[in-house]
Design a protein around this ligand. Structure first.
Ligand SMILES: [Zn+2]
Ligand SMILES: [Zn+2]
Length: 272
């Protein structure tokens, strides 16, 4: 069985790359993809540990992008993480994240919320600061009663402390393709698109390779709809748990029990 959407401490997961591979072994996975937000820093360690544990670790990434005021995540698989353009993009995204975080803090302070960069850095173990870490701080300081509330009130797109992202979905696809990888639209249902079909068609015309069609919380009619889009636009249906460790109790590794076939389909696409 396989799981193609996993976060480690390199972004906002709670398990280190090595702990993650060990847990994947426990969960009977034979192929996993590590897809940290805007980060490749877990890949080398995870791949090495995978070799020891006889688990194939696909080098991956999950880019956060923005399109028409919607947050769109693009997954990259089989990326060459030594590719210069990729590394340059990741470094500039890291700087952008830090600048965004300062701006978010400023906006939260205006809302009479006492939060500092130090608070957030304490929360972020890896090198990528995300809004998940900010929401944890807001929760710990009792400004909100759930992490979801932090996004609904302050951190979500269009909310009082939201700062726009610069990367677009098409640019993310281009970077992934230029580093030899496959680009997949992550959890499309979570984007809440009004014209899903046109959007997927646009991405398909710009070299998208697949749609994450299996995802925790997707109904069977959601899955059918995405597989249908895959058939129309010659894309590969993929899936993953979006495991973040103990940060999110709604997902666990290998909860979807996805077959090896999906991995083979991706390999075929890669070798065409
Ligand atoms: Zn995502
Ligand atoms: Zn994710």
């Amino acid at each position: 069985m396989i799981d193609l959407h996993i976060h480690t401490t390199a972004s906002d997961g709670t398990l280190s790359p090595i702990e993650l591979v060990k847990y994947a072994k426990q969960k009977n996975l034979s192929v996993i993809a590590i897809t940290d937000h805007d980060s490749i820093s877990a890949l080398e360690e995870a791949i090495l540990e995978g070799k020891k544990k006889n688990i194939t670790v696909i080098p991956g990434i999950e880019f956060s992008t923005e399109y028409n005021y919607k947050e769109v995540h693009i997954l990259g698989y089989f990326i060459d993480y030594t590719n210069e353009e990729l590394i340059k993009t990741i470094n500039s995204l890291k700087n952008e994240r830090i600048n965004r975080t300062y701006k978010i803090i400023e906006k939260l302070n205006i809302n009479n919320i006492n939060i500092s960069m130090e608070d957030i850095e304490k929360e972020a173990k890896g090198d990528v600061i995300s809004r998940m870490h900010i929401s944890n701080v807001l929760l710990k300081k009792n400004y909100v009663s759930t992490k979801a509330e932090a996004f609904e009130k302050y951190l979500g797109i269009g909310k009082s402390a939201y700062i726009k992202r610069k990367l677009t979905p098409l640019k993310a696809i281009e970077i992934i393709k230029n580093s030899g990888g496959l680009a997949v639209l992550a959890h499309p249902k979570l984007i809440h698109l009004e014209n899903e079909k046109e959007f997927i068609s646009l991405l398909a015309q710009n070299k998208l390779d697949g749609i994450e069609s299996y995802y925790p919380g997707f109904s069977s009619s959601d899955v059918d709809r995405y597989i249908n889009f895959c058939n129309i636009y010659n894309l590969i249906p993929t899936g993953g748990s979006d495991f973040h460790g103990h940060n999110r109790l709604t997902s666990d590794l290998n909860m979807l029990k996805l077959p090896q076939k999906i991995y083979l389909n991706l390999l075929n696409r890669l070798n065409v």
